[in-house]
Write a protein that binds this ligand. Structure first.
Ligand SMILES: NC(=O)c1ccc[n+]([C@@H]2O[C@H](COP(=O)([O-])OP(=O)(O)OC[C@H]3O[C@@H](n4cnc5c(N)ncnc54)[C@H](OP(=O)(O)O)[C@@H]3O)[C@@H](O)[C@H]2O)c1
Length: 342
């Protein structure tokens, strides 16, 4: 079992260091001056021999193996669920705490699923692996937590508008290439997605189950219940990939046990650490993906009454999926662990 106690600085591994999330992790560790003594950058054999930038130096990228974790204190995994399942246990055996961005361990009862502003208490008693939630779930629970505490959520209906960076580097390249193809009157050729993503909306993120829901939609249902510790909350999700490079948007209808007006909801969310309310539609002010890109906050706007149900509100929630939806949340978890060990 790992120990972070008694250390001033830590040996940190980034698994998937060359990917969209891994790159953001390196930048956020640097920006937030996380006490990194040694950075171990790991990726596939395709990246062997490459270097990546960290604190003005070039760090070599090594191939991920079972032996990669000797001396590592904290391992930030972001290389897909298959790699997490195979290599995270080796990292734990070597003495590291794993913070995993994939879906591999999220629903395991012994693995805390943590958004620090929402349920940091769940970190206590972890057994070596901590899961970072899905990007769409993180931004939704950030906005909903203070409302749930005030009026108890009964039901959520969420439709997402998710950017291509949520799929990774190759999907961003695909949107760029296909946009050029369409504008040059050529037929776009899908590789990453099942259909062209340029100038299109795909109502499919991940695979479908026999009931017609996607795995991404089930993540929103199950992860929201686990993080809010509200197993009875009803959640119905529709997840859609849109031709946006970065930042996910969500339309969310929420039904509460008790009345909660838009003004009170805005005040509660404004008081929540990490949430910013931008809600002046008369002046054209509401959150947008282009504004959220590169920023840490979860933005909420278009707060209004849903008159079709008792005690209903509608919200529009936007956040950068690579930052709060992935890398920032993981680094914030690491910061909490380090603070608790001091
Ligand atoms: N993008 C998001 O918004 C987001 C949000 C939350 C969670 N996540 C999760 O984060 C993970 C990575 O996502 P991403 O968007 O960064 O994807 P990405 O841009 O495609 O990057 C994938 C990373 O994984 C590495 N990798 C792939 N196969 C590997 C192997 N066999 N061994 C070692 N490393 C391997 C790649 O290394 P090479 O460069 O060598 O191929 C690359 O560094 C996924 O589990 C994803 O579900 C992503």
């Amino acid at each position: 079992m790992s120990t972070l106690k008694g250390k001033e600085a830590y040996s940190v591994a980034v698994v998937g260091a060359t990917g969209a999330v891994g790159q953001e992790m390196r930048e956020i560790l640097e920006e937030r001056e996380f006490p990194v003594e040694r950075l171990v950058c790991l990726a596939s054999e395709r990246s062997e021999g490459k270097t990546v930038a960290f604190r003005g130096a070039e760090v070599p990228v090594d191939r991920l193996t079972e032996q990669s974790f000797a001396g590592v204190d904290i391992a930030l995994f972001s290389a897909g669920a298959e790699r997490s399942r195979k290599f995270a246990p080796h990292a734990v055996t070597a003495g590291a705490v794993v913070i995993d961005n994939s879906s591999a361990f999220r629903m395991e009862p012994k693995v805390p699923l943590v958004v620090p502003e929402v349920n940091a208490h769940a970190l206590a008693g972890h057994v070596g692996i901590i899961a970072n939630p899905n990007c769409s779930t993180i931004q939704m629970v950030m906005a909903l937590k203070p409302l749930h505490d005030a009026a108890t959520i009964r039901r959520i209906i969420v439709s997402t508008y998710q950017s291509v960076s949520g799929t990774g580097q190759a999907a961003m390249e695909e949107l760029f290439e296909q946009s050029g193809q369409v504008l040059n009157l050529q037929s776009p050729k899908p590789k990453v997605y099942p259909h062209p993503i340029a100038f299109n909306c795909l109502p499919q993120i991940d695979a479908f189950d026999e009931d017609g829901y996607t795995k991404e939609e089930w993540k929103l249902v199950r992860e929201t219940r686990k993080i809010l510790e509200a197993p009875g909350v009803q959640v119905c999700a529709t997840t859609v990939r849109v031709p946006v490079f970065r930042a996910h948007s969500e339309s969310v209808n929420v039904e509460f046990e008790r009345p909660l007006g838009p003004d009170e909801a805005r005040a509660l969310m404004s008081a929540m650490d990490g949430v910013v309310v931008i809600d002046d539609p008369g002046r054209g002010l509401y959150p947008m993906a282009t504004d959220a890109t590169g920023s840490d906050a979860v933005y909420v706007g278009r707060v209004r009454v849903d008159r079709t149900v008792e005690n209903g509100l509608v919200l529009w929630i936007v956040s950068d999926n690579l930052r709060k939806g992935a890398a920032l949340n993981a680094v914030q978890i690491a910061e909490r662990l380090v603070a608790a060990a001091r």
